[in-house]
Design a protein around this ligand. Structure first.
Ligand code: NAD
Length: 424
């Protein structure tokens, strides 16, 4: 695909015209992408297959971020989010990154970890070595559970054995590392862990208990970096402000939590749009942010020799293209088609780039005008609607609220009453 994701004025189009741009960009038919426009079509029966006790579905907006160039490939990125400004901010940061070649990404192999817990081991250190000596046998047993995965080039790669001790608790844990290829991998590795558990318990001469993947997916890391032009950002002072804002997050967990939440505004929106497991991704990301014992920023910012801003991010992203809702939800399938990614690794790399873009945009706003100005007009639309304004009244009321600088429900109700009385 050679089409550019730089579509000037995309944000000014109405939703139908934007949809036509997606059709043109992707080369897909309108019918193939239709679930992005009508995500609830046919969902009542699908929802009933997906979860228990289903009574319906809940829709949240699906937007498309423009301008993303990752390793020389253009992407229009589907993002599902209820939060105003997120899609605009990501698109804007991606536009600035384009100036210097966009985002560059890399990753480890898609390796997930399954844990097998063993209790009541009399000689844990001896047991650890006995298990490591049985490495080949255990890897073969694990692979036998998923011949399809092995055929696709994945499968069990290694084992690790850890002794977990606290004042009133001790257990042995075997980690199984599995290359899960294009799967998120939870079911795949859980099946292997369950199959291994009796043999692991026998070798350790203990009692197996939990057998489940770890969401600390630190063998499955994704990295993205970009150079943001100082001039496009607003000058040297803005670059310095962003670097100082980042250092605050790097040094202070209170700030880091909000900084990383901004990253996840972008990442979780892509994760949800593609039908992946948002909780698994969030758990993995925040655990990674704490990997050295203190919660800190997932991203880094520096000023390069030319005075431009260099942003980088590294985090675990257990994303899949097979299994889970990615295969059952029509809108998620259409979102994946629009992205045209060929592997789960490629999806993760684009997602990491979106997280970095989102983060940079938030830092830039915070270090300059403050976050509220960008949020203001969309926020004002919500407030105007909550105040009871009709479609015809919303435009005028939003204009008054933004000019006024007090975007509050009580003020909106007051202004609406005055507009209706002809006083405004
Ligand atoms: P899955 O079991 O549905 O699909 C994976 C299987 O698909 C593989 O085992 C393989 O046999 C097959 N496959 C076909 N083509 C493949 C390819 N190209 N690459 C890899 N495998 C291929 O799904 P999964 O990814 O193992 O599990 C994901 C689901 O598990 C998600 O819905 C997640 O929410 C859920 N889950 C999560 C947790 C957790 O995060 N703690 C726990 C349990 C379940």
């Amino acid at each position: 695909m050679n089409a550019s994701s730089r579509i000037p004025g995309f944000y000014k189009l109405d939703p139908e015209a934007r949809f036509q741009k997606l059709v043109e960009f992707s080369g897909l038919s309108a019918d193939e992408l239709r679930p992005l426009q009508q995500p609830d079509a046919g969902m009542s029966s699908i929802a009933n297959r997906m979860i228990e006790n289903a009574v319906g579905t809940i829709s949240i907006p699906l937007g498309v971020a423009a301008n993303f160039l990752v390793d020389g490939i253009d992407y229009l990125v589907p993002m599902a989010t209820e939060e105003p400004s997120v899609v605009a901010a990501a698109s804007n940061a991606a536009l600035i990154a384009r100036e210097n070649g966009g985002f560059h990404a890399s990753s480890t192999a898609p390796v997930m970890i399954a844990q097998v817990q063993v209790m009541d081991v009399a000689d844990p250190r001896g047991a650890r070595l006995r298990l490591l000596e049985a490495r080949e046998e255990l890897l073969t047993l694990a692979d036998a559970q998923d011949p399809l995965l092995v055929k696709l080039g994945g499968g069990a790669r290694d084992i690790e054995v850890r002794l977990i001790e606290s004042t009133d608790f001790r257990c042995l844990v075997l980690h199984l590392h599995v290359d899960v290829r294009d799967a998120m991998g939870a079911n795949a590795v859980n099946t292997m862990a369950e199959a291994l558990a009796p043999r692991v318990a026998a070798i350790a001469r203990g009692r197996s208990l939990l057998r489940i993947l770890s969401n600390k997916a630190d063998q499955r890391l994704v990295r993205a970096r970009a150079v943001f032009d100082a001039g496009k950002l607003g000058g040297t002072e803005v670059v310095d402000g962003i670097v100082e804002a980042y250092r605050f997050a790097a040094a202070d967990p209170y700030r880091a939590a909000t900084h990383n939440k901004g990253i996840m505004n972008g990442i979780s929106a892509v994760v949800l749009a593609t039908g992946n497991d948002t909780r698994a991704i969030e758990a993995g990301a925040h655990c990674h942010a704490c990997r050295d014992g203190r919660y800190t920023s997932l991203s880094h910012y520096e000023k390069d020799a030319d005075g431009n801003l260099v942003g980088s991010i590294e985090l675990p992203l257990a994303l899949g293209l097979v299994g889970g809702a990615t295969r059952t939800h029509p809108a998620a399938q259409a979102a994946v088609k629009l992205l045209a990614v060929r592997s789960a690794v490629q999806l993760a790399e684009v997602t990491a780039a979106v997280g970095l873009a989102q983060n940079m945009a938030a830092l830039r706003a915070l270090a300059t005008e403050g976050i509220q100005r960008g949020h203001m007009s969309l926020h004002a639309r919500n407030v105007a609607a909550n105040a009871g304004a009709t479609e015809a009244e919303i435009g005028v009321l939003v204009g008054r609220l933004v000019a006024d600088g007090h975007v509050r429900l009580d003020r909106a109700q007051e202004l609406l009453a005055r507009i209706r009385a002809g006083e405004e």
